[in-house]
Every structure is written in C-alpha cells, then in structure tokens.
Design a protein around this ligand. Structure first.
Ligand code: QAP
Ligand code: CO
Length: 176
C-alpha cells in the first residue's frame, strides 16, 4: 500500500473521519502501512486521515527514555472516545501534516479513553504525559481539527506567514 502524508492546507484534512465498522484485512493493511511512514518521518503519532483515509483510526509510538520507538510500544487506536479528562498542560506540538512548525498548545493533562484494537476488541487506557497530549492531538484529526486551529489570532497570522514562506522555499528546492 503506497501512502503519502497529506499536508496543510489540503482540504482533505478537514473531513470528519468515519467510524470503523469492519476490522478486516483492509484495516490491517492500512495500519501496517501507516507505521513505517510514521517512524521514517520521525513521527510519534499519525491519524489515518493524514494518509488520505478518513476513518477513525490512529497510531502512536511515544519514544522511550533512549528516544527509541520499538514496535512493541506501538499503540493502534480505533474509534476512540474520551470518557474522562482532567488537569491542564502546555506542550510545544508539531504535526506531520504541518511540517516544520511548532507551537505551544494547551491540552488536558490526563485522559481516559475507550477504544477498539485492530480486531475490534474493546479496550480502555488511562494516559498522562506526552501520551495524553498525543492522544488528544490525534483525536482532533478525526474531527478535522489541526493544532494550528488552537492558536490565538495573532499567532495564527504569524503561522500563515511563516508557513507560506516555508512552502515557497520547499517548492523551489523540489524544482531545482
Ligand atoms: C502529534 O506529531 C503530537 O514538523 C504527533 O518536520 C505532537 O509526530 C503529539 C513531525 C506533539 C504530541 C505532541 C513534525 C516530524 C512529527 C514536523 C508528530 C516535522 C517532522 C510530528
Ligand atoms: Co497531527
């Protein structure tokens, strides 16, 4: 399966992802193809909509103390629902769909979710730290929301300006 990361301002990132109802080979193939893309692009989280599949599926692999992301730490989360959230935390976020831009974003410090695994089994997970932040970031993608949507008006303006400039530079590089 050939997958490519969809980048802002592509409108496909604004779709609302559909519930997964069939936990079949198609789903497994998609999840299997998402993992190497995330790892090879230095990602820690990736939602299916970011590779042009608007379904409620996401993967996460939070680096350990040594910065490693062993395959056994991979989390595959289907149809997640936040059932508890508490506290507040700020973290400098980035996104594979918004390359080379990072900004402080406020999230809940802890979340508890219910979700399904790749075989449709119901699971529950309590998260804090970077995992809790990543879950909230990836779940926003399922609603068509990007972290840049959470910036103040002034910071969003600054982003649009910087991002346009960056895109021009990247285009120039590609054609040279
Ligand atoms: C979402 O983000 C996230 O700009 C996952 O050039 C972010 O994996 C969760 C990345 C922060 C929690 C905290 C971004 C890679 C990766 C870039 C990512 C880039 C290369 C972002
Ligand atoms: Co993202």
């Amino acid at each position: 399966m050939q997958l490519q990361i969809v980048e802002y301002p592509d409108k496909r990132l604004r779709q609302k992802s559909k519930e997964v109802k069939e936990f079949d080979e198609n789903l497994h193939k998609l999840l299997d193809a998402m993992n190497p893309i995330m790892i090879n692009t230095n990602g820690i989280g990736l939602a299916a909509i970011q590779v042009a599949h608007p379904i409620r599926a996401l993967i996460l692999n939070i680096p350990d103390e040594d910065g490693e992301q062993p395959p056994e730490n991979l989390l595959e989360i289907i149809n997640p629902v936040i059932i508890e959230a508490e506290g507040e935390t700020v973290y400098q976020e980035g996104c594979l769909s918004v390359p080379q831009f990072y900004e402080d974003i406020k999230r809940h410090e802890k979340v508890k979710i219910n979700y399904q695994d790749r075989d449709g089994n119901t699971k529950s997970l309590e998260a804090d730290g970077l995992l809790a932040i990543a879950i909230q970031h990836e779940m926003d993608h399922l609603e068509g929301i990007l972290f840049i949507d959470k910036l103040s008006y002034a910071r969003r303006k600054k982003f649009e300006k910087e991002y346009k400039k960056l895109q021009k530079e990247r285009k120039a590089k590609k054609s040279s």
